[in-house]
Design a protein around this ligand. Structure first.
Ligand SMILES: C[S@@+](CC[C@H](N)C(=O)[O-])C[C@H]1O[C@@H](n2cnc3c(N)ncnc32)[C@H](O)[C@@H]1O
Length: 521
């Protein structure tokens, strides 16, 4: 661990990383090269002859025999990774402790075995049996049965499930998975103050805002544009902890779900997510009782915002509604952004709305929302399928039609920043780029920029990459001023989270070209 970061432990969050001093934004620290890595390639790749020799000594010799024994088939990534870990654990090099962590450190990580449902236990046990079979293929290199019994391997695979990192390239495309026992000590937050990136098989953490002394360093285990419900379900099923219990009021006692974001540029952002829940009390005024709270502080929301909340708060048991709003500081009363500690952080507000209990008018509205949401979802799925089938033109047609239908509706039921609209625009953008439809791509890039601004922290890799794409598309459309503006914004972001990357160099070149086209003035 770097000198200014230590490991702490608490009953509710387990072990976690804590800053021992103020850490400025953009600071990097490596949590090590992977003890083991599965690159999903056919053959292991090495950066140098020394690395190759070291890997041979560290277990690749056995791995190579096992891989040859099952060729031309290739074991799944998890099984290969488990094999690598176990072969490597047999080699005890007393002079060299792997930078990423030791096998002993790996064994201390959570497996959550006792809380796993039986079908998951069974599936891990099956994978363990297959790992054993694969490892036996190494012949005289195979581990002996007592060293690596199936139960032990199943526990190891369960540990992978809640500690692995997905290794991504610079464009954030997944290229493999790795286990990093030291980096695995970083806990999750939906308002992370650090982000992980990869250079080769090395994992690097970067701070995305200033971290106070004593503050926990957290990354996000998930894509941040996922809805609260999606994030909650994924964290519960894969990582066995519940974000609903963290700083949120008891769902049974409140009515809607939202997250308020506070940042420097946009003072406050509110993200509303609707869930259907068991019917609960409503007040006499409009059938809606808002139980809003910002991490324990009461939230005083103005009437105008209450009206917008009420407007979006239509839901049925089938459909979840999520929208993002810009709020002025005064809308947030006592929870305004003057508190410096809250700058750039996201504050959750829980609001639950059993709208179907509100009489015929509410039911009618809920039905319209459900129909609009279902149509957006269906079009998005169709466009994704067409893109995957190498037919981006058709995908673009489907997505454009659905997008236009929503925009042209006399009274759009779902707002412009609705999560389903965002997902439709994402596939529309990919289709448009794939078939060179630059005007459509530019339109989608602009509309996504507005939504991403509400959902991501100001410094975040996905945001930087989107601005880079927006800049490239604007350049294609011969709009150098827009390309320069977006390119510079992308540079500001990527310099902090991906310094030295190829994308960064490309955008520097693009900004230079846009500047030249604009001329000296
Ligand atoms: C990758 S490990 C992080 C290190 C872990 N705390 C430990 O003690 O080994 C993931 C596990 O940490 C715990 N965890 C991570 N983030 C958490 C959070 N925000 N709240 C509670 N527990 C969390 C969960 O048990 C999760 O399965």
């Amino acid at each position: 661990m770097p000198a200014h970061i230590s490991i702490a432990e608490s009953p509710d969050r387990g072990r976690h990383l804590v800053a021992d001093q103020i850490i400025p934004p953009g600071e990097t620290f490596t949590a090590g090269q992977s003890l083991l890595r599965c690159s999903r390639c056919r053959l292991a790749r090495y950066s140098s002859r020394e690395a190759q020799l070291a890997a041979w000594k560290n277990g690749h010799r056995a791995e190579c025999s096992a891989l040859r024994a099952c060729a031309p088939r290739m074991p799944p990534a998890t099984i290969r990774l488990a094999g690598r870990v176990l072969w490597k654990s047999q080699v005890h090099d007393q002079h060299h402790e792997p930078e990423g962590g030791t096998y002993e450190e790996l064994e201390q990580l959570h497996s959550h075995w006792s809380s796993l449902p039986d079908d998951r236990k069974q599936s891990f046990a099956q994978m363990a049996a297959l790992t054993r079979e694969y490892m036996d293929g190494a012949g005289d290199q195979a581990p002996n049965a007592t060293q690596h019994d199936v139960r032990k391997i199943a526990l190891l695979i369960a540990r992978f499930a809640c500690n692995n990192h997905t290794i991504c390239d610079e464009e954030l495309r997944p290229i493999g998975t790795g286990i990093y026992p030291k980096a695995a000590l970083a806990n999750h937050s939906c308002t992370p103050n650090a982000v992980q990136s990869f250079r080769g098989n090395r994992i690097i953490f970067r701070t995305v805002r200033q971290i106070r002394m004593g503050e926990e360093i957290c990354i996000s285990y998930l894509e941040l544009t996922g809805t609260h419900a999606e994030r909650r379900a994924a964290l519960l099923s894969s990582y066995h902890f519940d974000i609903a219990l963290q700083g949120l009021p008891d769902p049974a006692a409140s009515l809607l779900t939202a997250s308020v974001f506070q940042g420097k540029e946009v003072k406050c952002r509110i993200r509303i997510e609707m869930h259907t829940t068991a019917p609960c009390t409503t007040d006499e005024t409009d059938g809606l009782k808002l139980g809003l709270e910002v991490v324990g502080k009461p939230l005083d929301i103005s009437n105008g915002v209450m009206a917008s909340l009420a407007h979006s708060a239509a839901s049925t048991q089938r459909v979840r509604v999520e929208e993002s709003f810009n709020l002025d500081a005064q809308d947030l009363g006592g929870a305004g952004p003057e508190d410096d500690d809250q700058q750039g952080s996201q504050v959750h507000v829980d609001v639950w709305g059993p709208y179907w209990t509100g009489g015929d008018a509410r039911l009618e509205q809920a039905k319209r929302v459900a129909d609009a949401a279902a149509s957006l979802l269906l079009s998005q799925q169709q466009a994704e399928a067409l893109l995957a089938a190498q037919d981006p033109e058709q995908g673009l047609r489907v997505a454009t039609q659905a997008s236009a239908a929503g925009a042209l509706a006399a009274e759009p039921v779902l707002g412009g920043h609705h999560v389903l609209r965002m997902r439709l625009q994402e596939v529309l953008l990919r289709c448009a780029i794939a078939c060179g439809a630059w005007p459509a791509a530019l339109h989608a890039a602009r509309s996504l920029a507005a939504t991403y601004h509400l959902l991501y922290p100001p410094i975040w890799p996905n945001l930087g990459l989107h601005k880079a794409i927006h800049a490239k598309v604007a350049m294609h459309q011969q709009l150098p001023a827009e390309a320069l503006e977006q390119g510079r914004a992308a540079l500001l972001c990527l310099e902090q989270v991906q310094p030295g990357s190829q994308s960064l160099r490309e955008i520097e070149g693009l900004c230079h070209q846009a500047q030249q086209e604009l001329g000296p003035f």
